[in-house]
Ligand binder design. Structure first.
Ligand code: FAD
Ligand code: AMP
Length: 479
């Protein structure tokens, strides 16, 4: 540990650890302070994403999908299997092993890049001093030329469903259940609620999602949201829209939940477990000393400009603790941008092209603007769609629910957005993100040669459909 660093980063989630590594690569002396501890009390890097977010949720989504497919999806291929069982502790152990492998990997990356990883709490003092209190309770004041705040976010709690860790859990608890609940309630049918509901639903829980909004996935393109809702309904997922939870009561081993429906009538349900997934809030508790002078907005997020500069010169904030979508990759790109700008480069982020994924089955993914946003902006546009039901690859895989929707400017043909529900939507949408980053038109995508048979041919056909040239479907007339 030095007395003074070029850069001190507080928080080692995907925003902070990436900023620290990039700053070190650029030749700066860097410390990254992290307060997270494993249940055994050991300091650990990686933040929400690696410890209780993206990675463990995907580990469980993959395990549960394999189980579900083996139980329900083999007969159509002519395969029969019996005695299929799920060992929850083994599934959890696999998840924990992946998490440790990746968090340990950050420690290695810090070592090879020369980042001082410090386990303990960091607090920004007045000026560019940072108080570091190690997990052992030793305090030191470190000086820095630049400070990057990357303190992340926490699950939002609602008074009507206080998390007790036993019957009512948040997303963290939902990644660690020790058995499959028979009846599972989920408050909030947003990204995290849908993913966690899917995990336990595939393993055998009867899942009910209670969602206060009347519309399903209102942040998504409405055409894709409707298609997604239809697919989930067909799968038997019980999503109750307009269902606002107004009270919960713990009785022995059950949670009794009261909610109102859209017509304001009152209903109740009994669950063995209830997961609260009503969103996340920026986390700054203990991060800023009185008088540090950093401005927060009404949500408690640190106010930054497009370059992630706070109101105090040479203090930056990145990731979930600032405005914008709470996504790991958005924070990482901000971390890289800030490190590079500190080094004198002119890095910036194209916030218009940040992919967003829901890892259900099928996946739901989007990039760029929705049709509603384009319409509202008054921009002339054309839409091309293509169903997975017309994809040879999707049919061969018995995975043909969903569609691709591509939106392009009607005058310039420049791609404005792409929205997909279907197999491997996350990876397919990334292809369009790259095209958009290069300023591609739908014609450019249409002229690109796609391998056959691939799922990505659906993107190709949607691009052709924008101008009425799709081959494997009936085209709309294009003026
Ligand atoms: P965090 O990852 O929250 O890290 C912040 C770190 O700062 C923490 O480790 C915290 O301990 C530390 N810290 C805070 N204050 C201090 C302090 N004073 N001193 C020292 N350390 C401090 N995003 C995706 O893009 N894709 C997904 O598939 C995805 N899935 C998710 C699934 C779940 C269940 C959840 C909960 C989230 C998911 N997310 C996903 C969101 C993603 O995890 C976050 O957007 C991402 O972790 C934010 O990164 P961050 O670095 O800003 O903050
Ligand atoms: P997200 O922000 O994507 O994680 O989604 C959280 C969801 O929880 C939002 O769609 C909210 O409408 C929903 N929500 C918040 N409070 C309640 C509540 N009391 N009952 C039901 N749903 C809620």
């Amino acid at each position: 540990m030095l007395e003074k660093y070029d850069v001190i980063v507080i928080g080692s989630g995907p925003a902070g650890y990436v900023a620290a590594i990039r700053a070190a690569q650029l030749g700066m002396s860097v410390a990254c302070i992290e307060k997270w501890r494993t249940p055994e009390g050991k300091g650990v890097n990686g933040g929400t994403c690696l410890n209780v977010g993206c990675i463990p949720s995907k580990a469980l989504l993959d395990s549960s999908q394999r189980y579900y497919e083996t139980k329900k999806g083999l007969a159509i291929h002519g395969i029969s299997a019996s005695g299929i069982a799920i060992d929850i502790p083994a599934m959890m152990q696999r998840k924990t092993k992946i998490v440790s492998q990746l968090t340990g990997g950050i420690e290695q990356l810090f070592k090879v890049n020369g980042v001082d990883g410090l386990f303990g709490t960091g607090k920004l003092l007045v000026g560019h001093n940072v108080e570091f209190t190690s997990h052992e309770g030793i305090t030191a004041v470190l000086k820095a030329d630049h400070v990057i705040l990357a303190a992340g976010s926490l699950p939002i709690e609602i008074p009507v469903a206080p998390v007790d860790g036993r019957l009512i859990v948040d997303s963290t608890g939902a990644l660690d259940l020790d058995s499959v609940p028979k009846r599972l309630g989920v408050i909030g049918a947003g990204v995290i609620g849908l993913e966690l509901g899917s995990v336990w639903g595939r393993l055998g829980s009867k899942v009910v999602l209670l969602e206060a909004m009347n519309e399903f996935l209102p942040i998504m393109d409405s055409g894709i949201a409707k298609e997604t809702h239809k697919i989930f309904k067909k799968q038997g997922l019980d999503v109750r829209l307009g269902a606002r939870v107004i009270g919960t009561e713990l009785r022995a081993d059950e949670v009794h939940v009261r909610y109102t429906s859209a017509d304001q009538s009152e209903h109740s349900e009994i669950f063995d477990k209830l997961i609260v997934c009503v969103g996340r809030k920026p986390f700054t508790d203990g991060l800023l000393a009185d008088g540090a002078g950093i401005e927060l907005d009404s949500r408690g997020a640190i106010i930054v400009n497009a370059q992630c500069e706070t109101n105090i010169p040479r203090v930056y904030a990145v990731g979930d603790v600032v405005r914008g979508p709470m996504l790991a990759h958005k924070g990482s790109e901000e971390g890289v941008m800030v490190a590079e700008r500190i080094a004198g480069h002119s890095a910036q982020i194209n916030y218009e092209i940040v992919p967003n994924v829901i890892y259900t089955h099928p996946e739901v993914a989007s990039v760029g603007r929705t049709e509603e946003q384009v319409k509202e902006a008054g921009e002339p546009y054309r839409v091309g769609t293509f169903p997975f039901a017309a994809s040879g690859r999707a049919l061969a895989a018995n995975d043909s629910d969903g569609m691709v929707k591509l939106i392009a400017n009607a005058d310039t043909d420049r791609i404005l957005g792409c929205h997909i529900v279907g197999p491997s939507a996350a990876d397919l949408v990334q292809q369009v993100a790259i095209a958009m980053e290069f300023g591609s038109s739908s014609e450019d995508l249409g002229m690109t040669v796609f391998g056959h048979p691939t799922l990505s041919e659906t993107v190709h056909e949607a691009a052709l459909a924008v101008n009425g040239h799709a081959i494997h479907k009936v085209n709309r007339k294009v003026r």
